[in-house]
Design a protein around this ligand. Sequence first.
Ligand code: FAD
Length: 366
Amino acid sequence: MSDEGVTKVPNTAIAVIGDGCAGLSFAAKAASLPEHTIHLFSPQSNSSKHDHVWGYWKMDWMKFVAPLAFKTWYKWSIITANTEVEMQACHHPYQAVKRHNWLAHCRNNAKQNGVKFSNDMLSIDDFPNEQVFDSRPPKWRANMMVQHFIGWEVRAEAGSFNDDCAILMDFRCDQSRGVHFIYCLPFSDREALVESTLISPNIEQDEFYEGAISTWLSDCAGVKFFEVLRCEKGAIPLGLMQRHDPDLQGVGSNCGAIRPSSGYAFSFIQKQIATALNQVKNGNKLSFSSPHKKIDLFMDRVFLSVLRNQPHYAPTLFTRMATRLTGDEFAQFLSGEANIILRLKVIMAMPPWPFIRALLRLETVA
Ligand SMILES: Cc1cc2nc3c(=O)[nH]c(=O)nc-3n(C[C@H](O)[C@H](O)[C@H](O)COP(=O)(O)OP(=O)(O)OC[C@H]3O[C@@H](n4cnc5c(N)ncnc54)[C@H](O)[C@@H]3O)c2cc1C
């Protein structure tokens, strides 16, 4: 027993596969695992060279990320053809951090705390005495729902964007291919990330997203002339998936970190790691588990079924949620922090029939 009466784990060797968000975010916490040695493997140099932005709501477990956030919004909006709902938060603003900055910060922390890095090829036999955690991407299922997008970081003339308010969803775009919205993070009155995002099983040609961004900029934001500074592109699978290698324990999106209804994962990866470290502090062996509550996963399953089979309801659903919840409640719900009252509030905000129909056909949900 230690001085505090907590059982100490004997020195444990940990191997982590992959140096993406989860691998490096975990390695950066090496100082919290004094009885462990950590070895991080990135056997292929297939980490994305491209930078991108991670958006998340500020929560307790994200406080140590906040100093790296380059922009914070206390207001955000959801826009449809007929309505614009602006939400305001007091405690849980929306923040943005650059992937490269976060990963470099984590890598530095990890190195300072003795984490060993290796680029060698490896097989499971290379870790006979280590506890292995695999952060390689999970296996997609055929025909699953996917959040797919292309984003342009653009520069336009001064006064083009209102950087007080992030636009989380603007549905004034082509709705014929699934749930489609524009996500706009204004970094200043001249620069913004503008993303065309689709939720559907089918990835479209780049021209589809690019056309949607240009059209939105000119027709909705009134921005005719702009320069594209950077592009980002992604496809995030929504729904439960098998681990990359069923024989290895997972971490990050390979351990259920992606929220099925929204594609958000960055904040959930930090939550998953914080929970695992707390358990070790309480004398348990290191292990990672899904950061989502079972009730949230069930609600997400029904919600995804509505988006898949009745996508035309999406603007109504998100607008109703934004109208009935405060900004802080909205942030808590989407960050997996809803209590029973907040969950009921969300349920009561929804039109019943699309959800009753979805419940009846749940077996076809992605
Ligand atoms: C462009 C983009 C924007 C996103 N924006 C947001 C956002 O705003 N907010 C949010 O919450 N989430 C966002 N996400 C989703 C999520 O946060 C990221 O996907 C996150 O990187 C997941 O972390 P991870 O560690 O699980 O996977 P990754 O960061 O992808 O790391 C996987 C690791 O596995 C390695 N690897 C892959 N294949 C192999 C292989 N075959 N062999 C060996 N190693 C391999 C990779 O090199 C990498 O090191 C975004 C995703 C993308 C792609």
